[in-house]
Design a protein around this ligand. Structure first.
Ligand code: HEM
Length: 164
């Protein structure tokens, strides 16, 4: 009984992992294209980009809570395993990235409304210097995340093939 419950908890964790992974990859890959669109279209695309970003934030909190509540993925001395540390690093980074996006949206000189509903532009006045800073941090962290996702993917595939 306890075993089948644990199995269910892991199944939920895996489903959440793949949903999050899919939309994170979407934002990481499509974000770079946004600047190339006319403002009229960029505003519409940013409704999707920022909405997905907010969803990622919520999903990461949910995943974090689910792992801790059900004591998942905690082999003995897990903090000494680079692969486990890498998994944990994603959580704070994927909470910071949407917050940087919100900071950027609040000072950028056009309207950013997540899913057309949450108006992040209303949070603060336009500010060119802050916009540049937030833009660099948001783009820089996106690059770091791409590298980490690649390392994570390589590490997981190596594990799957070598079975160690
Ligand atoms: C994990 C979530 C997110 C990821 C992975 C992500 C990724 C990216 C990437 C890769 C870029 C392009 C950066 C560049 O060109 O240097 C970008 C741009 C941007 N993102 Fe995000 N983002 C996320 C969440 C958000 C959120 C929540 C918001 C707003 C509430 C947001 C607002 C923006 C804005 C305003 C831009 C600039 C678009 C432009 O070029 O005019 N992002 N994002």
């Amino acid at each position: 009984m306890a075993g089948s419950k644990k199995k269910f908890y892991y199944t939920v964790a895996k489903v959440l992992h793949w949903i999050a992974g899919f939309i994170i990859a979407f934002n990481l890959l499509s974000g770079w294209r946004l600047g190339g669109f006319e403002l009229e279209h960029r505003v519409i695309l940013l409704m999707i980009h920022s909405g997905i970003g907010v969803t990622i934030f919520g999903l990461m909190l949910l995943r974090w809570w689910w792992r801790r509540r059900n004591n998942l993925y905690t082999p003995p001395r897990w903090w000494k395993r680079p692969s486990m540390l890498l998994q944990w690093i994603f959580y704070p980074l994927l909470l910071i990235q949407p917050l940087l996006g919100v900071a950027l949206a609040s000072v950028i000189d056009y309207e950013v409304r997540a899913f057309g509903l949450i108006n992040f532009s209303a949070l603060a006045a336009d500010d060119k210097a802050m916009e540049q800073l937030a833009f660099q941090l948001h783009g820089g962290l996106a690059l770091l995340l791409i590298v980490l996702v690649l390392v994570h993917g390589i590490e997981r595939s190596r594990k799957a093939f070598t079975n160690d």
